[in-house]
Structures are given as C-alpha cells and as structure tokens.
Design a protein around this ligand. Structure first.
Ligand code: 9MR
Length: 615
C-alpha cells in the first residue's frame, strides 16, 4: 500500500471513531506518556525473583546510559504480583526512545521531557465542554468531527418528581418548574446532580484560585482566555473560569425559589409501609438534589435523543450546603472578573446556607429509578466546607462561629479523603490557601492538618508495590478519582512546604493512572500506548454501536473497583482479580469503566499543577 493510502485509511478509521489496535502489555511498566527529565522516575517489573536484578537503560541509539539493581518490594496485595521497583531518577537527559531492560524483559520505548506540553490539561478540560448540556457540541471545538452533536435537553425544565418510586411511595410533586438548562452531564448518564457538580466545579475553580493566590504565571497562562477549545474563548475571561461558570449557572438554577413550601422527608422517619414520612416546610433557598430522567435510558442514547421526562428531586441539606460552598468560592474568585455574578453567587450561597441551617436533616437516601443516589447521611463535613468557603469570602463572625464548633476545625476529627460525599478537606484546602480572616494560630493549625493528611498518603506509598499514595486493601468505585484527589492534597502540601516527597507522590499518582499499573493501562483516553477506549457512556458508545463515536482524548476511567462488582462484566471477574486488576475496558462495565465530572476534575487539577511545578 502506498503511504498516502495507508494514511487515508487510518484517517477514515479515526474519523469514524473506531477503536485503534493496541500494543500488548509490557513486562516493565511506567507512565506511558513519558516522564519529566528532571523529575522522579520509577518503573515496575513483576518478577518472582527475591533478590535484586540488574537493569539497563538504553537510549534511542541503543547505547547504555545507566545501569542499576532493582529494589524487590515483594508480594504486593493490591496488584497480586511479586514486584520490583526500578528507580532511575538520576538519569536527567531529555530524549526519546529510552528503553529499560531486565534480562530478556523490556519496556516500551519512552521519552524524558524537559518542558510540559499542556496536552493533558487541555484534553482533560475538554471533557467538561463535551459533557455540556443544552448547547450543541461544535465540530470546530472537538478533535474529531464525529464528536460534534446537537444540544441535549434544551431546555431542561422540570417540576418535582410526582410519581411512585421503586418502593411504591407516591411523591407529592410541587407547584413550580425550574429551568435547569445547561451544566454538565454527570457521567455516562445524563443526570445532573448538585453534590457531584459542586465538588467538580470547586476542584476546577480551586485549581485557578491556587494559581491566582500563589501568583503562578505559568499556570494562569495555561488556562487564560484563548487557551481552551470553548465557545467563550476570546471573551476576556480565563477559559477555565468560563467552563466552570457553565456549571455554576446550572447549580444556581437548582435553588428553590423564595416563598415555596414543599413536602420532604426529615431524617429517617418512615411509616409502617416503609414509606418516608413527609413534612411540609418552607423550602426557599434549599437546593434540589438533582434533575434526571424518570427511568434509565439504554446505551447508546445521544443527549438529544433522550425524551424521557425529567424531574427535579427533592432538595436536600447536602445539596444546599454544597451550593453554599461553591457559590461562596465563586463569589471570591469572580469578584474582579464579574462583580455582578460574584454578588449573585454570594447571595445564593448565604440563602442556601441559611436554609440548610433551618433544615439540617433532609437526607438524600431515597432510591429513585433513572438516576444515581449520591446518598449521604453524614453532613458535618458539608457544614464545615460551606462555612469555610463563606468565611473565607466574607470574614463574617457568624460563619467563624460555625467553623469553631466543627470537629474538623479543632482537629478532633480528620478531614479525610476528598470525594463527592466527603468534603471537609475541600474546606481545609480553602482555609489553608485563600487569603482570609483567620488568625495565625488557626491558619497554622489548618495548614498542619493538610500536611498531616498528605503525610499519611506519602506513608501509603511505602506500603504499595507500584508506589502510589493509596494503600487501601479494597479498591472503591472511582478509585482513579480517589487517587487523584489524594494527589490534590499532596500538591497543596507541596505548595505549603516545598517538600520533595509530596511532589514525588503527585507524580506517582499521575504515573499510576497513565500506565504504571499491573494492567499496563493508561486510564486516560488518547494518552499512552494502551489507553482506555470503551467507557460506559451514552454518547461515546462506539463499542456498543458503531454509529456512535469513540471517546475524545483526556477522559479518565473510574478505574479498578473491587468493592461493588455488580455490573455484567465485573460479575464475571468477582473473586478472580486482585484489587488493582478488577477492571475491564468494556462499555458495560459501569462500576469500573464509567467516566465522570468528579474524576476528570482532579485529573485536570493535577495536570495543571504538574505543569506548573515541573522542575
Ligand atoms: O461515584 C459514585 C460512587 O461513589 C458510588 O459508589 C456509586 C454507587 O452509588 O455511584 C457513583 O456515582 C454514579 C452516579 O450515581 C450516577 N452517575 C454516574 C456515577 C458514576 O458511576
């Protein structure tokens, strides 16, 4: 075949969104996108040998540039392997075509790069644009024409759920509709959930606020106006903030109008039939938990083809506190960008917080069909986060009083891993970073809490064969998101202290999701030799139906899940996989291979942070 023909055949395949053939797994694994020439460098070999083995690093010309001995880690529970670590951090010459060998085993060729190229950051942020609801996804703004699509759910107007839930309880509905158009679809489904939207948008805005407060010109330039493929480029506002605001406008639209009363469950009260006892309350200022379809749609379903009736689901205390937190954060960050928007956010945040204080126990714990639960019955962390953001923004004593009463503030309780349902660490990160009215003693204590949390993550590195800051015996739903959320805390600890071990752990987390794992898999589409290709997603569903596209680049798989193995693929693997290997690149594997805004957000945060701090 002439080269021209080969090229066009490949192009057609790519345009059609076809999955591309992949390399076989390699016996020596490392970040498939290459490593920083001046940064830490680790590769992993699974080998039964109990004594150190000789390794050799060759360059593109086949010349030996370094040799050394592997460090046997031994049996590693997470991977189920006997692991050797190969640390070649001393090699610092940038270049391509490096290869590690141990006996007859070899790595794929890889590069050492001196300057970050920003590709991962841009691609990981493009995910948010492509998850937008209510607007067309424009061909000019995506990497392949088949990723363009018409607007879905335009408009996304709904009233409150007024049908029977799966347990037979009939819900009363409400006397209003909200226009909740816009925002990002959550994941492979097209629901829009306030608590998950909130933590995701907070993460993106925090990446920006960090760069702003710490005066990081490189990071600010990377997300400035005109840098991202978003429709708002050229409007004079940093593109990262444009993307975040698209979600914030949706979150604001989910707030119950003043003067509305609603029947909602309070706490756990149930009647003899097991139905929730509903009480009529003044609901103004509370925030609806979600807007979503009345029943699940199948795969594939392009957003514009979803015609299932959508409903608002009853407001919850968690969603209200969540909006209070992110709207307060936005009020700070937009103050000099769009003062009117900042004021609107602050008003909404105050009202949401006040409403949540009036109604502290409206819990998201009812199972409805057609959408995820994001159920949460422990809200002390949401209270802390919201109070922290409001205090950082306003300096008002009433919010400080709430902070002082929180076990997370005093340190009686650790803030713990950051996730959609565990948000105290978001509050701590804000208090540690944002210029605020905290006195020095309090500020020092909060900062020490952040570094103590990070120290625990660094300690985890030593317990894992693949050296990552996550040593849990079981891998949870969205483990890749959990690992990258830890990397954010480590990044913040590095910002506070400059200690190299923190940055190394961030690099380790990124290396893990980009290929240094027992499956030799890059969990980010379009990055590395063996990227994930078949997410659980209703539009990027090429594997399910060839008329739909494969995913764009920059989308993070949820990752190995050894905890909730109940999708059709996971069921066949149950009991047969070590935690880090309970994963399959299959669109049906919704517990392992879905993609979400709250996992891509820490990916983007970490990508920006690594670019910014590259040695
Ligand atoms: O990310 C969520 C995970 O922590 C939960 O264990 C899981 C089951 O409740 O739900 C996950 O969230 C899903 C959400 O409910 C609906 N959209 C897709 C999300 C990712 O699978």
């Amino acid at each position: 075949m002439r080269p021209g023909l080969l090229f066009s055949a490949l192009t057609v395949m790519m345009m059609a969104g076809a999955a591309v053939a992949q390399d076989a797994p390699s016996p020596i694994v490392l970040n498939q996108t290459g490593l920083e020439s001046a940064g830490p460098k680790l590769a992993i070999l699974a080998d039964p040998a109990t004594t150190p083995l000789d390794w050799r690093l060759t360059d593109a010309q086949g010349r030996t540039v370094a040799t050394g001995k592997t460090q046997p880690f031994g049996d590693d529970a997470a991977s189920g392997q006997h692991v050797h670590q190969i640390d070649f951090s001393n090699v610092r010459q940038a270049g391509q075509g490096y290869r590690l060998t141990v006996g007859d085993k070899a790595s794929r060729p890889f590069s050492l790069t001196a300057t970050p190229d920003g590709r991962l950051l841009r691609a990981s942020l493009s995910f948010f644009y492509q998850q937008r609801s209510g607007v067309p996804i424009e061909a000019a703004l995506v990497e392949r024409p088949d990723l363009a699509r018409p607007a879905g759910h335009r408009p996304d107007k709904a009233t409150c759920f007024n049908l029977a839930d799966p347990k037979g309880q009939v819900w009363p509905g409400c006397d209003y509709t909200l226009d909740a158009s816009g925002g990002w679809y959550d994941a492979g489904d097209q629901g829009k959930y306030v608590v998950n939207g909130g933590i995701s948008v907070w993460t993106l805005v925090n990446a920006y606020e960090r760069a702003q407060v710490l005066k990081r010109p490189r990071a600010l330039a990377e997300v400035a106006d005109g840098t991202l493929a978003v429709p708002e480029r050229g409007n004079g506002v940093p593109d990262l903030l444009d993307e975040a605001r698209f979600e914030l406008e949706f979150l604001l639209a989910m707030q119950v109008p003043e003067g509305k009363s609603l029947e909602v469950p309070l706490g756990d009260q149930k009647d003899n039939a097991g139905h929730y006892v509903l009480s009529r309350i003044d609901a103004g200022g509370l925030v609806h938990q979600k807007i979503a379809d009345a029943h699940w749609t199948g795969l594939p379903t392009a957003p514009a083809d979803d015609h299932v009736t959508r409903y608002l689901y009853y407001p919850t205390t968690a969603a209200s506190l969540n909006l209070a937190a992110v709207a307060a954060q936005a009020a700070r960050v937009w103050k000099d960008v769009d003062a009117a928007f900042a004021q609107r956010c602050l008003d909404a945040a105050r009202r949401a917080f006040a409403a949540a204080q009036r109604h502290p126990d409206i819990l998201a714990q009812v199972a409805f069909d057609g959408s995820g639960g994001y159920g949460d019955t422990h809200l002390a962390d949401e209270v802390y986060w919201a109070a922290a953001e409001l205090y950082a923004t306003t300096g008002e004593p009433a919010y400080l009083a709430v902070l002082r009463a929180s076990p997370y503030f005093t340190g009686a309780e650790g803030t713990g891993d950051l996730s959609w349902g565990s948000v105290a660490t978001a509050g701590a990160l804000t208090l540690a970073l944002a210029p605020s009215h905290l006195d020095d003693v309090d500020r020092r204590r909060v900062r020490a809490q952040v570094t103590a949390l990070a120290d625990g993550y660094v300690a985890d590195e030593g317990k894992t064969g693949y050296r990552l800051p996550f040593a849990s015996a079981a891998y949870p739903w969205g483990s890749n998101g959990a690992i990258l959320s830890r990397a954010m805390v480590l990044g913040a600890a590095y910002d506070l202290t400059g200690k190299a071990a923190y940055r190394t752990a961030v690099v380790d987390a990124a290396d893990y999701v980009l290929g240094r794992n027992p499956l030799d898999r890059s969990y980010v589409t379009g990055f590395g030799a063996r990227p994930m290709q078949n997410p659980h997603h209703r539009f990027w569903a090429h594997q399910a139906d060839a008329r739909y596209p494969s995913p764009p680049s920059g989308v993070l798989s949820g990752g190995p899940n050894s905890s909730a193995m109940d999708d059709p693929v996971a069921k066949t693997m149950k009991g047969n996989c070590a935690p880090q290997t309970c994963w399959a690149d299959d669109y049906r594997a919704y517990t392992m291979n879905e993609v979400t805004i709250n996992w891509n957000a820490p990916l983007a945060w970490v990508a920006l942070w690594l670019d910014d701090t590259a040695p």
